[in-house]
Ligand binder design. Sequence first.
Ligand SMILES: [Mg+2]
Length: 233
Amino acid sequence: MTASVTTIGFDADDTLWQNERFFKMTQERFATLLAEYAEPDHLYERLTEAERRNLGQYGFGIKGFVLSMIETAIEVTDERVPSSVIHELLRAGQEMLNHPIELLPHARDAVEALAASHRIVLITKGDLLDQERKLAQSGLGELFDGVEIVSDKTAPRYGEIFGRHGDGAERAMMVGNSLRSDVIPALDAGAWGVFVPHDLTWALEHAEVPQDHPRFHELTDLAGLPDLVGRLA
Ligand SMILES: [Mg+2]
């Protein structure tokens, strides 16, 4: 017998609204600004290395990304990067922090439908102010029973959140576009994990699809989520 789902956690970036596309656009601008010093592929590689190296100190989000771009620019130019380029990178970061919210298809309908029957919690990483701004602009804020902006998404963290907002991880589901952050640690905590892939996913979020896990599900988009939850009830 399966206990039914009472609480649903939603990831935000690239699950409810577009996010990675703004990082990709800024990366392309970064490559253009540094074109005379390095090839794009080399730049992207160095930037990803810097992001990975800095994650433990900067955490996830736009501000850490900008600092990693500046660090990479200094490295690849042997400390000769013009201050006009640094200025452009700072400006690019500020534009990212102001980008308008674009909800993904079916996000509003799925959240509205499930908010009527379940406790729903937004669980996201990233810069606190930026995530609060995006949630406010999304128009979805009122629908959530709880909002958790966390420094990282781990199994103990999911256990704690679903314990506090619901009936524990065993009766919870986490929905998101990242196997590494949304799905696998939620499964490890004992919850259902629903993978909704997005065609752009950050290199540091990749992981293998879980094989034959009884609580793992994959959906092409959020339109199918209320039905899936209904089938598990
Ligand atoms: Mg995401």
